[in-house]
Each structure stands twice: as C-alpha cells, then as structure tokens.
Write a protein that binds this ligand. Structure first.
Ligand code: FAD
Ligand code: SF4
Length: 339
C-alpha cells in the first residue's frame, strides 16, 4: 500500500506552488502514463496534484499572430479532431491519431503527451538496473534486447527513445511550449524542450520541478497542403513507433520552397537536422531529393545488435513519406502501414 496525499488544484499558481514545495509531488492530468508507472512501482509520489480542474488550460484558441494555442489539458482526441487543427495543422492531427488507442487519446492530455516516459522494457522492470530510473545502476539494454532503442543521439549511459507521435509533428511544426512556475512563465521552443541522455539520462526535458505546462503554441505556418506522418511499427495499432516520420513541405510547382522533417522512435527526443532540410530547398520534389535528405538526417547513426535495421528503415521511411506528402489527399485518415 502506497500512502499519498491528493490535492485538487483550482489555479495555475496554486498547482505549481504545491508541487514546487514538495520534492515528492507530481501533477496528474489524464493519468495514462503516471498511473501505469505508479502501478509498476517505478514512481512513489507522496503528493498528487490534480490539474484537471483548470478550465483555462482546457481550450484551443486562435492567436493574434495567426497561430493556434493548444491548452495543455485538452485531450489528444479533442486536439486531433478540432476543426482548426484538422484544417490548418493536419500533420498534427494525423500524428496524434497514429498514437495509442481511441480510449487512451480521450484521456491523454497534450501536456502529458510531452512528458510521457520512454517505453524501454528495462526501464519498466523495477527488478533490473536502469540508469534512467536509478542513476549509475547501469544500462542492460546496451548488451540486451535493444530492438526498439536509439540509433541517433544516444550516450554510453542510455539508449532509450522518446515514444511520442504527437511530439514528432510538434517538432516539425516548430511549436513553442508555454510553462508556468514559481518564477513566472517562460516560452520554450520545441527543439529545446526535450534533451539527449548524455550523462544524466534520468532527465528527459528542461522543465523544472513544479513548472506546469499551460499550453503549446503552433506558429501560423501549418503546411496544410503538403504533409504526411508515417509510423512504422510491429503491430498495425496500439504499438509505439520503430520509426516515424513527420514531413511538411511548401511547394511551388514541383519545387520545394521550405521543408521540415522530424523523426520519431530513433532518439531520446524528436530528431531534426536543419542541414537535411536545407538539402531539399530549391530541389524538385522527387525520390532523389528525399534520398539525399535521408542520408544527411541519418548521418552518425549507430546500430546495435538488434536495432541496426532501423537505419535503413528510417532512410526508406523518409523517402516514402516525402513522396506521400506530395499527395496528402490520397491518405486515408489515421491509416498507417505496418512495418
Ligand atoms: C497502452 C498505451 C499505448 C500508448 N501508445 C502511444 C502511442 O502510440 N503514441 C504516443 O504518442 N503515445 C502513446 N501512449 C502515451 C500516451 O499518449 C501518454 O500516456 C499520454 O499522452 C500522457 O498524457 P496524460 O494526460 O495521461 O499524462 P499523465 O499520465 O497524467 O502524466 C504524465 C506525466 O506528465 C506530467 N504532467 C501531465 N500534465 C502536465 C502539465 N500540464 N504540466 C506539467 N506536468 C504534467 C505528470 O506529472 C506525469 O509526470 C500510450 C499510452 C498507453 C497507456
Ligand atoms: S536504455 Fe535507458 S531507459 Fe533503457 S535500460 Fe538503458 S538506461 Fe534504462
């Protein structure tokens, strides 16, 4: 029996203060990741601060600069099916709908999605060492079954990947995360929000203890004409990505004027390489161009015993998804080919 205290927050500052003032306190939103981790005996919060009763963070609003603000407490489902998201940021809708299941997407919130933990099997087994769970204890995945693990940006301490689909699209769209803490608010560009494991794999992102994610801002440019999200996995649904790709293109005729490509399932954070996107600009949108970009994106990739296949898989996924982005109207909503 784990005893804990429950507090229902009625204001942003109150919620943030409650967690800041208690080293073993955590926020709970949809609970779809937190409660699992708790049941697996991986978390032991002494105070749980329920943020579900903050209506100001449960809405989607248009911004004066032409962008869109997604409240942190809006569910993944309500975000994916919101008319403005569907029409202006269909890449984001598609990525969200590629994740989890309908039931989970109804509970899961946008803020919680950014903070979900890795799905590394060893991380979820409290009986084995894991540097992310217990710093300095070791990483059994290095010489173990590492099929789902990182091929880019890993360290000698941890080779876990970040499992979110939504965040791959948010990286490509260059979203900004709004947070509120004891020192007020700050805006964090999406590329800076998650971090690589380095020698402190226990830290997934740059949030301070007690900082509350209040919303996520999407810039005006939504790439609604040419986009695609491709998720390759072992099962057709209810499975995390082995490799996923979010591609957003701006075309003039068949020439690429702007391009974004973000990869999921390959690193400790959504993976973007600006040089790879620059390779595409001014080129004809064809397989040759996407193949050249894929080579740059996968520069430095390292395969381990069971995951080396992901390097070629990622390259082919980039090319295939680039070609799919030229004809987004031919993609069925939510349809995803299996790996
Ligand atoms: C079976 C299963 C399959 C899944 N498949 C996929 C998938 O294919 N793709 C995918 O992307 N995801 C998948 N998910 C993950 C799911 O999307 C996340 O669990 C969910 O988004 C987390 O949101 P939540 O609101 O439930 O967060 P919670 O579980 O409530 O919280 C998660 C973490 O975030 C913190 N937190 C929550 N909200 C805030 C906030 N506003 N500010 C600060 N901290 C906060 C909590 O303290 C906790 O640490 C799956 C989950 C399950 C259980
Ligand atoms: S890869 Fe990271 S999360 Fe997985 S066992 Fe190693 S240290 Fe833990």
């Amino acid at each position: 029996m784990n005893n804990f205290e429950y507090k229902k927050a009625t204001g942003t500052q109150e919620a943030s203060n409650a967690v800041t003032g208690h080293s073993d306190a955590m926020f709970i939103a949809g609970g779809t990741n937190l409660v699992d981790l708790w049941k697996y005996n991986l978390l032991h919060p002494k105070l749980v601060v329920d943020i579900n009763h903050l209506p100001e963070h449960r809405r989607i609003t248009e911004l004066e600069d032409g962008g869109l603000r997604l409240g942190a407490l809006v569910s993944n489902a309500d975000t994916a099916y919101h008319p403005l998201v569907e029409s202006r940021y269909p890449l984001l809708s598609k990525a969200i709908l590629a994740g989890a299941s309908a039931q989970i997407r109804n509970m899961a919130t946008n803020g919680g999605n950014l903070l979900q933990r890795t799905r590394c099997y060893y991380f979820y087994d409290a009986d084995v060492p894991c540097n992310k769970r217990v710093p300095g204890s070791g990483c059994p995945a290095m010489d173990g079954y590492n099929r789902i693990h990182a091929i880019l940006g890993a360290s000698g301490e941890c080779i876990a990947v970040f499992p979110s689909d939504m965040c791959v699209a948010l990286a490509a769209l260059e979203a900004v995360v709004n947070v509120s803490g004891k020192n007020g608010g700050r805006r964090i560009p999406f590329a800076d929000f998650h971090r690589l494991p380095g020698d402190s794999p226990e830290i997934d992102n740059i949030l301070q203890h007690g900082e509350l994610i209040t919303s996520i801002d999407l810039p005006e440019k939504g790439f609604a004409q040419n986009y695609s999200y491709l998720k390759l996995r072992d099962r057709h649904s209810y499975a995390f990505a082995l490799v996923s790709v979010a591609t957003a293109l701006e075309l003039e005729g068949d020439t690429i004027r702007d391009a974004r490509i973000a990869l999921g399932g390959v690193a400790h954070k959504p993976w973007r390489v600006r040089e790879a996107e620059a390779v595409l600009v001014g080129k004809k949108a064809d397989e040759a161009a996407f193949t050249a970009a894929a080579e740059v994106l996968l520069t430095g990739a390292v395969g381990l015993k069971y995951n080396a296949f992901k390097i070629e898989l990622a390259k082919r996924a980039i090319v295939r998804n680039g070609m799919m982005a030229l004809h987004p109207e031919t993609q069925l909503p939510g349809a995803q080919p299996s790996a």
